[in-house]
Design a protein around this ligand. Structure first.
Ligand code: NDP
Length: 340
């Protein structure tokens, strides 16, 4: 059973060598009466939060996220096929989504975060992205946190990623004016030509982010979907409109810094009566059925599209995961272990 194992706790920027691929063993049969499920892993999701679980201490909610242990395989969201089951809700042949190991086969004893996939007419890999945790994040962070209205001015950072590309499409479908920032020309082109953003720019080419935002939003920003933090947040605060909303999804530019960047313009929250709210997607998982009702028809009729960056094989997993922090991924990063 090939596995991606954590070498040691990680400090600062993660490196590919912080993980290694090894061969372990797995019992290929479940014990009757145990409630366990044996799965063959198909697609594994690469998500920024996984880095936090590699640190000696984590701020993530322990109910949902077990810290990784050096010398043990890492785990995350994935799509898998049931090979054997002692659990009444799962049977051999079922396709499932949920938390699984970064390995070929997993014996899952804790099935609270495992769900049967009911709709298989869309690509299965979508259940790591647009139909999985990142998709739910876009849905909850936009509709539940931002209280968006037609015609509003929306800005999204890390806009071409797993979450951002969907937030932008939700905002367009609602009739908002949407601009995104991303870190390369290829990503900017995707935002404008594939996801239908009204405009987009490469933040690495803008020496003055405040001036750039004034160019794209001469009347200011109503909604900021925050994925990166730091300098971007500071420039956005200067450009928010009165009664604007900031949905704080993440601050990826800050995760690997010893000293987080100070944000200087927080008083703008006061002057402009801005509502700034952090959120964690797990609080909204009960909305999954509503989310599916919104997104599945959009995928089926082509009104919602999704770009994936698929790394082949478990061996490519460490580089794919670490690549999130340098922007190597174009779209939702995932790893394919097996296709069936
Ligand atoms: P992405 O698919 O967007 O991948 C990460 C992207 O972040 C990279 O491709 C890169 O894009 C950008 N990035 C990396 N480093 C920096 C940096 N130093 N400065 C600016 N941008 C950077 O990831 P996700 O869509 O999965 O996640 C987006 C955000 O949402 C993250 O902050 C994540 O932590 C957060 N999140 C929060 C959840 C919640 O419950 N609150 C749940 C899921 C995700 P580029 O080339 O454009 O710079």
């Amino acid at each position: 059973n090939k596995q991606v194992t954590l070498r040691d706790y990680v400090s600062g920027f993660p490196k590919e060598s912080d993980m290694y691929v090894t061969t372990g063993t797995v019992k290929l049969k479940v014990t009757e009466g145990s409630n366990a499920v044996l799965v063959k892993n198909l697609y594994l999701s690469c998500d920024p939060y996984m880095l936090d679980l590699m640190r000696p201490t984590t701020s993530l909610d322990a109910t949902y996220f077990a810290p990784f242990k050096p010398g043990s395989p890492i785990a995350g969201y994935g799509v898998a096929k049931v090979l054997d089951s002692a659990h009444p809700n799962f049977k051999k042949g079922d396709l499932v989504r949920g938390v699984t190991g970064w390995e070929e086969y997993s014996l899952i004893a804790e099935t609270d975060f495992l769900f049967k996939i009911e709709h298989t007419d869309v690509p299965l890999s979508y259940y790591t992205g647009i139909l999985g945790m990142p998709g739910m994040t876009a849905y909850a962070g936009f509709y539940e946190v931002c209280s968006p209205k037609k015609g509003e001015y929306v800005f999204i950072s890390a806009a071409s990623g797993a979450v951002g590309q969907l937030v932008g499409q939700f905002a367009k479908l609602l009739g908002c004016f949407v601009v995104g920032s991303a870190g390369s020309k290829e990503k900017v082109d995707l935002l404008k030509n594939k996801f239908g953003f009204d405009d987009a720019f490469n933040y690495k080419e803008e020496l003055d982010l405040d001036a750039a935002l004034k160019r794209y939003f001469p009347e200011g920003i109503d909604i900021y979907f925050e994925n990166v933090g730091g300098k971007t947040l500071d420039a956005v605060l200067l450009n928010m409109r009165t009664h604007g909303r900031i949905s704080v999804c993440g601050m990826i530019s800050q995760y690997n810094l010893d000293e987080p960047e100070g944000v200087k313009n927080l008083m703008d929250l006061v002057y402009k009566r801005i509502h700034m709210q952090g959120f964690v997607v797990t609080d909204y998982y009960h909305l999954y059925p509503n989310f599916l009702d919104t997104v599945l028809p959009g995928i089926r009729d082509g009104k919602i599209v999704y770009v994936e960056d698929i790394a082949e094989g478990l061996e490519s997993g460490p580089a794919a995961l670490v690549g999130l922090f340098s922007g190597r991924n174009v779209g939702k990063q995932l790893v394919v272990v097996a296709r069936e």
